[in-house]
Write a protein that binds this ligand. Structure first.
Ligand SMILES: Nc1ncnc2c1ncn2[C@@H]1O[C@H](COP(=O)(O)OP(=O)(O)OP(=O)(O)O)[C@@H](O)[C@H]1O
Ligand SMILES: [Mg+2]
Length: 384
């Protein structure tokens, strides 16, 4: 079992609040990724779960048992660090078996268990080598093996792939997902790499300055970001975010007006009807959702620059005062200097509160739409 409950976890280092009231349930067998920019508190939170950093406030439970003050070695959790922290003078076999020797298991049991783990990680041929005789990826697997051999309740991994080159990262990513599938164990995995998070996680928890911004499946956090921060952090290039004003445009056909977001050079239909007072918001549209040269463009502007990414192309465009990225399969059929119209489907327009940055949700009251209000959030940062 490996069910981890984090309740109001807070860690201060003097004046710095590294982790700020984080509450999160990690279910048994989940692959939970802690994602966020450098310094947002990911490692501190992971080390607190491992027991290496005591919390200033809050509580931790493992399978319903309070472990807030339990020493690390009694927590039944295995941690894998970015630097592999292998013993350079010991063979691969002895590195992997180290935790079992520390627990004084029999030589026979240790040999059997190490052989089993080495088989899983395809290290059987390398057991007599020293760490310096291994590639980065092989060393990382040895570090994983040392965690695996203990059969822990959960694995805690802190940027384990960041020392690997791009190709090895991609293949090790795949191996880790396979391993997780086979072991059905709980993984809590720290990274600042959104590709790792999107491809590996069953759920992603996004941290910003020690606070939990949102927890959800990769699809949820990408498709319905709970805040401007999450919207701008995920995606490459990130979501276009710019100020706009929502107004009701009088319409002859419907009772109440049609809601549109206005900004210089744009009039973006929101697919809603109702009477709302003019409301300042931040609008968000992903680059892949802006379609050049379609009927009924919501904006008009100029292409400034094209970037060729191989299979795809990015057009940097100026619309009124804002710069927008448009992404699509190459060729987009555009050239620098072109005047263009850009269309977007109402379902792909995100709206955020201009001060709090929280996502605004429409509340439909019969046929009427009332002004959007900030998303209600539960303690876990998940939309209620
Ligand atoms: N031992 C410490 N003493 C003082 N401040 C610390 C200590 N450890 C971390 N911090 C501070 O706490 C904040 C969070 O640090 P943390 O290492 O958890 O960030 P991170 O999200 O893991 O960043 P990175 O992606 O760069 O590894 C930072 O501002 C950091 O400077
Ligand atoms: Mg870190």
């Amino acid at each position: 079992m490996g069910d981890i409950q984090i309740r109001g976890a807070t860690k201060r280092f003097g004046a710095v609040t590294a982790v700020d009231g984080v509450s999160l349930d990690v279910a048994d067998g989940e692959f939970l990724v802690l994602l966020g920019p450098s310094g947002c508190g990911k490692s501190t939170l992971l080390r607190a779960i491992a027991g290496l950093t005591p919390l200033t406030a809050g509580a931790l439970e493992l399978d319903g048992r309070d472990i807030t003050h339990t020493p690390p070695r009694e927590r039944d959790l295995a941690m894998v660090f970015q630097s592999y922290a292998l013993y350079p003078h010991l063979s691969v076999e002895r590195n992997i078996g180290f935790p079992l020797r520390a627990r004084r298991q029999s030589r026979h049991d240790i040999r059997r268990k190490v052989a089993e783990v080495a088989g899983t990680l395809e290290l059987s041929e390398l057991l007599q080598r020293r760490p310096r005789e291994l590639s980065g990826g092989q060393r990382q697997r040895v570090a994983l093996g040392r965690a695996l051999v203990r059969d822990p309740g959960a694995f805690l991994l802190d940027e384990p792939l960041s020392n690997l080159d791009a190709k090895l990262r991609a293949s090790t990513r795949y191996e880790l997902v396979e391993l997780h599938r086979r072991l059905r164990a709980t993984f809590v995995y720290v990274t600042h790499d959104q590709v790792e998070a999107m491809t590996m996680a069953t759920r992603i928890a996004i941290l910003n300055q020690g606070r939990l911004e949102q927890v959800g499946t990769p699809e949820e956090v990408y498709d319905e970001p709970a805040s401007e921060f999450v919207a701008g952090f995920l995606g490459s290039p990130p979501m276009n975010l710019f100020p706009a004003t929502i107004v009701s445009r009088v319409s002859r056909v419907s009772r109440g007006g049609e809601l549109v977001a206005l900004a210089p050079g744009m009039e973006v239909p929101l697919g809603r009807r109702g009477e709302v007072p003019d409301t300042d918001v931040v609008l968000g549209i992903r680059p892949e959702h802006l379609r050049p040269n379609r009927p009924h463009p919501a904006m008009s502007g100029t292409v400034r620059l094209l970037e060729n990414l191989g299979g795809e192309e990015i057009a940097h465009c100026a619309v009124g005062e804002v710069r927008l990225c448009v992404r699509g399969p190459r060729p987009l059929g555009l050239a620098a200097g072109d005047e263009i119209g850009l269309a977007v489907e109402p379902g792909h327009v995100h709206v955020f509160h201009p001060e709090t940055g929280r996502r605004l949700r429409w509340q439909d009251d019969g046929a009427e739409t009332v002004p959007p209000s900030p998303t209600e959030h539960t303690e876990q940062g998940v939309p209620a």
